[in-house]
Design a protein around this ligand. Structure first.
Ligand SMILES: C[S@@+](CC[C@H](N)C(=O)[O-])C[C@H]1O[C@@H](n2cnc3c(N)ncnc32)[C@H](O)[C@@H]1O
Length: 246
């Protein structure tokens, strides 16, 4: 089963499908002190930008798994254009376990594949060598949302689905993990993720007037920018957390 086409329309020009920039992804790679030959598994890898650019910068090797055939095709093209060897698998990442234990197991922006933070860390651990790094990309509330309109406008599935940053960090410890590094999104990196979708959507609307999703995408562009600047940009944070089992 593929993912809804709306995602691949909005993110047709994105290489990173989360509120991170090239610079933040590179900062994360340096922060983790990756060395040549480090093996990386990326569950819900999107277009594989992390795996491909880390392979180029650090000589890592890796595998990415994603449900979207469109994103996986783009991931393979990107790896080829950068001249790096990365394996991409088109399929469901929930339950995916590497054949051989890896040094780094990641899931950035898709913790539903393990039914939340703890379940996703449990899933990553099944692929991880002892002493390896789990990477989790996860939203958190920067400020307590004052009402339901804020929760809905932020794009969160529900208030309870996300925690504050301190509560999220506390939950890692409670689940038996040490937080050993983190790189957080900021408002500029959120803009690169979200605002960039508006131009892509607008151009798609102009070029695809008879598409069956036209009316839906038009309605989305009518409301998305205001909802973003009113709610999401202020209230929702995001970060990648590097964790080691205690
Ligand atoms: C927010 S994007 C993050 C992509 C990538 N990790 C990144 O940071 O650029 C979420 C990704 O999860 C993928 N996805 C959703 N459900 C999935 C599943 N059950 N198995 C594998 N991939 C899934 C989507 O296709 C999408 O690429």
């Amino acid at each position: 089963m593929d993912i809804p086409r709306q995602h691949t329309i909005r993110e047709a020009n994105h290489r990173i499908l989360d509120p991170f920039t090239d610079e933040k992804l590179a900062t994360l790679g340096r922060a983790l002190r990756l060395t040549p030959g480090t093996s990386v598994l990326d569950l819900a890898c999107g277009t594989g930008e992390m795996l491909s650019t880390w392979a180029r910068a650090h000589g890592t090797v890796g595998t990415g798994v994603d449900r979207s055939s469109v994103f996986i095709a783009r991931a393979r093209e990107r790896a080829t254009s950068l001249g790096v060897q990365v394996t991409f698998v088109n399929g469901d990442a929930s339950g995916y376990v590497a054949e051989r234990p890896v040094d780094v197991a990641a899931c950035l922006g898709a913790s539903w594949i393990g039914d939340g933070v703890v379940g996703t860390l449990d899933l990553l651990e099944k692929s991880l060598r002892p002493g390896g790094l789990a990477l989790l990309g996860e939203p958190f509330w920067r400020e307590d949302p004052p009402d339901e309109a804020t929760v809905q406008g932020s794009g969160a599935p529900s208030r309870d689905r996300f925690r504050s940053l301190p509560a999220l960090v506390e939950s890692f410890g409670e689940a038996g993990w040490d937080l050993v590094e983190m790189v957080l999104a900021d408002e500029d990196s959120w803009d690169r993720y979200v605002a960039a979708q508006w131009l892509t959507t607008r151009r798609w609307l102009d070029e695809n007037p008879s598409d069956e999703l036209w009316t839906e995408m038009r309605a989305e562009l009518d409301t998305a920018p205001l909802a973003y600047v009113t709610y999401q940009r202020r209230y929702l944070g995001w970060g990648v957390f590097a964790l080691m089992r205690r």
